[in-house]
Design a protein around this ligand. Structure first.
Ligand code: ATP
Ligand code: MG
Length: 413
């Protein structure tokens, strides 16, 4: 993509009412647009980052047998009344609206009920199980406070996977095995593996614990107790002497940290299959309720967290795997022919390049390169091209090297 074809522009200042650092930077760099508090549009660069995060999660969910679907945001109240969750006291973040004829509708804050109902059409026998539908979908939640930019939206992207199993044992194997392994791979690939902990949290009535995936960050809203050696953590909501004894962990092995919940996995048991009558016939011909689990990840929260976590005083610094482009190609002076040729060559090799082909001062182009946070800046100038050389500058280190064309290609491939 050429910068002259990109409609967004960078700005020096963030909107005065935006207090979250992730949103300030993302707005200034033209990745997102603020519609209102907690509601953001994704612009071309931001859409590319969100899509990369989503694609990593998609690959890992597909690798464990996930079936991607897309459920509706508009919700009929009936199924939620059956489960007892239509009540605003039970789910306190509902957005509700009405059809012209007065029928009440809700905007889905999550999807256990409609999916359980839908699956009644497809699950009849033990032969139909287990199955793992999942989706990427915008959820609507009337959050009281929405001051953390993308990290707490009133509409936000969620990956929600649901498991439908024949027995508790089959559920447990998926929960502790396939899903937990896939989650670890997701956070590794997002560059967050070293600071993301599988965290014991409250489990509801069907399991002692649920597990949250908590990424250490000073801006986190959650407090967790981390066991660095074991690579696990305990949410303060279940941090009791009894739980510590249960897990065989001593208080002095733990450090208290602030963290952001980037995902969670939950044993649902028959919480939804009982009221919605999602049953199957087992090998002996007996009818049994399906055993369920739900597994969330927040792609938009992750985008805000990654933006904020890796940023420096000059702007964004994207990890390679989620960057909107790999290379920011800067042309300085009268070098359009050579810069065009390099752009074509890199692009033809499958390298994603944002080409700053504007008629702008070098200083302005470099400042934008820094704010945008694309991992590698490649500069072509009259002086460099006279020697058949290119300047290569990783965004993270800021240390420039002068390279030949072959050396440059070797670095980038
Ligand atoms: P929190 O305690 O932070 O409100 P939650 O327990 O309500 O989160 P879930 O309902 O389990 O979250 O949602 C699954 C995932 O969706 C979370 O792990 C998080 O990554 C993401 N998420 C939840 N609420 C928001 C939000 N308001 N904005 C952005 N992402 C969110
Ligand atoms: Mg919540």
């Amino acid at each position: 993509m050429r910068v002259t074809q990109l409609f967004t522009k960078t700005t020096k200042d963030a909107p005065a009412d935006e207090v979250a650092k992730n949103a300030q930077l993302l707005i200034r760099a033209g990745y997102i647009y603020k519609e209102m508090a907690g509601v953001y549009a994704y612009l071309p660069l931001g859409k590319r980052v969100l899509d990369k995060i989503i694609q990593i999660i998609r690959e890992e969910m597909d690798s464990i047998g996930g079936n991607e679907i897309s459920l509706t945001a508009l919700q009929n109240s009936d199924v939620w009344k059956t489960s007892g969750r239509w009540d605003d006291e039970v789910i306190d973040v509902w957005f509700k609206t009405k059809l012209a004829n007065g029928t009440e509708l809700g905007l889905a804050p999550t999807h256990e009920e409609p999916l359980t109902k839908l699956m009644k059409n497809y699950i009849h026998s033990y032969k139909d199980l287990p199955v793992y539908p999942y989706q990427f979908q915008i959820k609507f939640r009337n959050e009281v406070r929405s001051k953390s930019g993308l990290m707490r939206g009133r509409e936000f992207w969620m990956k929600d996977l649901y498991s439908f199993s024949r027995s508790q044992a089959e559920h447990d194997a998926f929960y502790d095995g396939a899903v937990s392994d896939a989650y670890a791979r997701v956070f590794d690939r997002l560059g967050l593996g070293a600071i993301t902990y599988r965290t014991f949290a409250s489990g509801g009535s069907f399991a002692k614990f649920s597990h949250e995936y908590q990424t250490l960050s000073p801006v986190g809203e959650d407090t967790i107790y981390v066991h660095k050696e074991k690579g696990i953590a305990i949410n303060e909501e279940v941090y009791t002497d009894e739980v510590l004894a249960d897990l065989g962990i001593a208080k002095d092995e733990l450090t208290q940290e602030k963290a952001v919940e980037v995902g969670n996995i939950f044993t649902l048991g028959t919480r939804f299959s009982d009221p919605l009558e999602l049953n199957f016939t087992d090998e002996n011909g007996d009818s049994k309720p399906v055993v369920m689990g739900s597994y969330g990840i927040g792609p938009s929260r992750l985008m805000g967290l990654i933006a904020e976590h890796f940023a420096d005083d000059k702007g964004l610094v994207w990890p390679d795997n989620v960057a909107p482009f790999t290379v920011y190609l800067v042309s300085i002076g009268d070098v359009a022919t050579q810069a065009d040729a390099l752009y074509d060559e890199l692009t033809s090799k499958g390298i994603e390049v944002l080409y700053d082909d504007r008629d702008e001062r070098a200083g302005a182009k470099f400042a934008d390169a820094e704010l945008l946070g694309i991992p590698y800046r490649v500069t072509i100038s009259e002086r460099l091209i006279a020697d058949q050389k290119f300047e290569f500058t990783p965004r993270k280190s800021g240390q420039s090297e002068v390279l030949t064309g072959d050396e440059l290609l070797a670095k980038l491939s």
